[in-house]
Design a protein around this ligand. Structure first.
Ligand code: DOR
Ligand code: ZN
Length: 491
């Protein structure tokens, strides 16, 4: 099957060029001069629009199986599709948690039967409890392993415990010790894998909560009970473990100026560290609490306007190299139950791309940076490049067509999740993903699915891509590499 995308402005991390994209049997076959005429079965007109490599959301908690009232994968992957994402990386903390290869394969098959977009799958690290399973998880194709450090998990289900005080301590699985995490990092390094860590130090949170001396009753209390130093100190400790072991370490959802500064310092000193942030940290601040309420409760918390500005600056200076939604859906009833007792988490897989496009249209990001942050760097880091994350011959024909001029308003009741709850309800955005192509087939137009479900599982290949992934984090020499690659892809 031959499809051509005509007249669009192709955006890669390296630059922009107007060219036609010929897709044959699901892959990109050639970039053609728009004057050239070729025989095709289908034409997609993209004149005056931007064409991005398919966007990847690397941080999605679909609760499936586990909590069907909050979300399931059929809905989250449809929401992803409608919001301009063509690939999601699913987190391992559904029930049962993906802590060994057998569960990994079961989950892979289960999600494959429900996927509207392509997907990769995370494994779960439980410290030494499953350190002997990390090899089989990476062999099975895990994009990375996740360590919920500082989080208590439920002993049986390995699900996250959002409010520790609400649960009897004998049901809790406490976070692994520093020594266990060191051993885990050493093992991930040996395997050439990647570990993604939720960085908040539980002991710092415990002291801060005790210092507060009363139940959380305002957003300011909430921030005092979860100070930025909990994040920064956990990153610093993990960075030293990463330095010692050479383990590739990705900081999930950096939310504070202090945390991002530690990432920068570590990287400048040779730690193989990288960092993610999320649209909610880039677009909301504590001052929004009065209007939004506990719907914006998330761990780590959304902080001040200065923290938000620092995160933008850390994107600009290359410290933060990937953005994920941390899609963490809960029911409206749960989210409305008050700041102290509401579960933490913000659903965001469907608003992920629109919020980033809006930021681009406001001049916070260049189109090239958007391509890098939400596609190319992400694909590289998680071992999916060059199949995903790039527009060049041989890559999967995953493309998202963006119309930068059109305004639209986010409406919770129009979202496709099981529980369509968002802190962004009513927000008007500029620019919109108008169509998506997944492996050469138009699968989304104007926010609606086209045709039938056709998402597939993707196994990560870290052995091929590990050196690449590190390269994207560097300075000017690496930039030259990327430019060359970009130029080659447009040749
Ligand atoms: O607030 C959060 N909720 N933070 C996380 O890291 C996980 C997420 C969830 O799964 O709901
Ligand atoms: Zn997390």
């Amino acid at each position: 099957v031959r499809l051509i995308v005509r007249g669009g402005i192709i955006v890669t991390e390296a630059g922009q060029v107007t060219a036609d994209i010929l897709c044959v049997d699901g892959r990109i076959a050639a970039l053609l001069d728009p004057a050239e005429r070729v025989k095709v079965d289908e034409v997609v007109a993209a004149h005056g629009r931007l064409v991005f490599p398919g966007f990847i959301d690397p941080h999605v908690h679909s609760r499936d199986p586990g909590a069907p009232d909050k979300e399931d994968f059929a809905h989250s992957s449809l929401a992803a599709l409608c919001g301009g994402v063509t690939c999601v990386l699913e987190m391992p903390n559904a029930t049962p948690a993906v802590a060994d290869a057998e569960t990994f394969r079961d989950r892979r098959d289960y999600l494959s039967a429900r996927a509207w977009v392509d997907f990769g799958l995370w494994g779960l690290s439980l410290g030494t409890a499953n350190i002997d399973k990390l090899e089989e998880l990476f062999s099975a194709g895990a994009v990375a392993v996740k360590l919920f450090w500082g989080y208590a998990l439920h002993k049986e289900t390995k699900s996250l415990v959002y409010n520790i005080g609400d649960m009897p301590s004998e049901e809790l699985l406490m976070p692994p010790s520093n020594g266990e995490v060191l051993a885990t990092f050493a093992e991930v390094a040996r395997l050439g894998g990647l570990i993604g860590v939720h960085c908040e130090d539980k002991s710092v949170l415990d002291v801060a909560t005790a210092d507060l001396g009363r139940p959380i009753s305002s957003y300011n209390d909430f921030l005092r009970a979860r100070p930025a130093v909990a994040e920064a100190s956990a990153i610093a400790l993990a960075a030293s473990l990463s330095y010692a072991t050479k383990c590739r370490f990705h900081v999930m959802h950096v939310a504070s100026a202090a945390g991002a500064a530690v990432v920068r310092i570590a990287r400048d000193n040779g730690v193989p560290i990288s960092a993610e942030t999320c649209p909610h940290y880039l677009t909301l601040a504590d001052t929004d609490y009065d209007a939004i309420g506990s719907l914006m409760k998330v761990y780590p918390p959304i902080r001040s306007g200065e923290d938000q500005a620092a995160l933008w600056a850390r994107i600009a200076d290359g410290t933060i190299t990937s953005v994920g939604s941390d899609h963490g859906p809960h029911t409206l009833k749960e989210k409305r139950s008050g700041l102290a007792s509401a579960p933490a988490g913000v659903a965001g897989v469907e608003t992920f791309v629109p919020l980033l496009i809006d930021a681009m249209c406001r001049g916070k990001l260049s189109p090239q940076q958007l391509a890098a942050l939400a596609s190319t760097n992400t694909a590289r880091m998680y071992g999916l490049h060059p199949r995903k994350g790039t527009i060049r011959p041989g890559a999967d024909a995953d493309l998202v067509i963006v119309e930068p001029e059109r305004n639209h308003t986010i409406r919770a009741d129009k979202l496709h999740s099981v529980s369509p709850v968002t802190p962004f309800d009513g927000r008007t955005l500029t620019g919109i993903p108008v169509a998506s192509i997944l492996r050469g087939v138009v699968v989304m137009e104007d926010g609606q699915p086209m045709g039938s479900r056709r998402g597939e599982f993707l196994a990560a290949n870290h052995s091929l891509d590990a050196p690449q992934a590190l390269k994207t984090q560097g300075g000017s020499a690496d930039r030259r590499d990327r430019m060359t690659e970009g130029a080659a892809s447009l040749a």
